[in-house]
Design a protein around this ligand. Structure first.
Ligand SMILES: Cc1cc2nc3c(=O)[nH]c(=O)nc-3n(C[C@H](O)[C@H](O)[C@H](O)COP(=O)(O)OP(=O)(O)OC[C@H]3O[C@@H](n4cnc5c(N)ncnc54)[C@H](O)[C@@H]3O)c2cc1C
Length: 359
């Protein structure tokens, strides 16, 4: 029997496994996807996130594969500069790269890919694999993402709601655009509100662009296939500043993805019996905060610290929740303020908002 079962190998599950590995605590990690089935967007990481990552991985490996952003420039959709702000230690990296780096320290025998773990509906509190066998562990650390099945089964009265914002994210290879961006984070805003286009350089030849849109105003009626998302982007951004419209028209759409954003009306407890939740499974955060990854890393670090210092599991879980919940509540509040601002016309928005929530 493994002492600890970790469910999910996203950023939170993998960072947890890195800490458990570092402190030689016995664990096994179960992940639904296949090993190399990595899709997704990119992350903005504030300084605290980099500091936490540096505790578990070699920072030079990290810095080789992402980019430090120096300046945030806020534009209107027609290209007028509205504000500029220097950024201190804000780093950008693609999700797949960060997952690959975090996986490198995990011995292959300690991780099972293609293994979905679900709550057992007949035996309360038990978790099982898809072949029906129970997960036999002293405790389960659940990091299966914002729509966690295990959380929904344990806290049946929770209300999960869709947020009035979706994101279309694309990662493209293009040296020319990367060179033009330098280390600037450029974000264009429609004057009527509820629509933005952001561009960031991830490396010398890789660029991430994304659009955030009010999903009540800019509806996508068709299936979000590559072709339909491309058509949508062409239509919506046709008359924007040439920097935006040329990128939209010239991009390869193989990596395009539509993200629907969800949040919990109210946070649940972060633990019950022998099961504890970390990352998005404990507390979905809307992308405006740019704090999802840093929060996941801090959850793992805090939980590990209490698992080591406390004599029993329940005390460790209780102290973990008491330390992490107040900060998460600040990010949830900040996220809602940023969302509210985003939905307003530009002239009603507070000037110079950096798209990061700081506590
Ligand atoms: C569009 C978008 C942009 C974002 N931008 C940023 C940003 O700039 N900065 C930032 O810090 N954060 C950002 N976030 C948030 C960030 O992605 C997450 O907070 C962070 O990745 C932590 O995720 P996680 O590991 O908790 O969950 P996930 O990344 O959802 O990982 C969950 C893992 O569990 C696996 N899984 C699910 N169910 C099961 C199961 N039943 N059994 C086994 N495995 C299972 C999944 O396959 C997955 O690998 C963004 C999110 C979105 C959607």
């Amino acid at each position: 029997m493994n002492k600890i079962a970790v469910v999910g190998a996203g950023i939170s599950g993998l960072s947890m496994a890195n800490y458990l590995e570092k402190y030689q605590l016995d664990y096994h990690i179960y992940e639904r996807r296949k090993k190399d089935d990595l899709t997704g967007h990119g992350f903005l990481l504030p300084k605290e996130g980099i500091e936490h990552l540096s505790q578990i991985i070699d920072p030079s490996v990290l810095f080789e594969q992402g980019n430090f952003l120096k300046k945030y420039i806020r534009y209107s959709h027609k290209g007028k500069i509205l504000a500029e702000k220097d950024l201190q230690n804000v780093f950008v990296i693609s999700r797949s790269t960060l997952i690959r780096i975090l996986s490198q320290n995990i011995p292959p025998e300690k991780i099972s890919y293609g293994e979905t773990v679900v709550p057992c509906t007949t035996q309360k509190g038990k978790l099982k694999k898809q072949d029906g066998t129970y997960i036999d562990a002293d405790m389960a650390i659940v990091s299966d993402g914002s729509k966690s099945r295990i959380r929904r089964e344990m806290f049946k009265d929770e209300t999960m709601r869709t947020v009035r914002e979706n994101e279309i994210v694309n990662i493209i290879k293009c040296k020319d655009i990367a060179a033009r961006l330098e280390s600037n984070f450029m974000k264009y805003h429609h004057e009527d509100g509820g629509l933005t286009f952001g561009i960031l350089k991830i490396s010398e030849d890789t660029v991430l662009w994304y659009s955030q849109f009010d999903n009540e105003k800019y509806r996508i009626f068709e299936e979000p296939t590559t072709e339909n998302l491309k058509k949508y982007m062409f239509e919506i951004f046709e008359d924007w500043d040439p920097m935006v419209s040329s990128i939209v028209k010239g991009s390869n759409y193989d990596n395009i993805h539509l993200w629907k954003v969800y949040e919990l009306e109210q946070l649940n407890p972060f633990y019950k019996d022998h099961i504890v939740f970390i990352g998005d499974a404990a507390h979905p955060l809307i992308p405006f905060t740019s704090q999802g990854v840093t929060s996941a890393l801090k959850d793992s670090a805090t939980l590990t610290r209490y698992l080591k210092s406390e004599k029993n599991r329940t005390d460790a879980f209780r102290k973990y929740e008491a330390e992490r919940k107040p900060e998460i509540e600040i990010h949830i509040r900040n996220g809602r303020i940023l969302l509210d601002q985003f939905l307003k016309p530009l002239h009603l928005q507070t000037e110079n908002i950096i798209p990061i929530s700081y506590k």
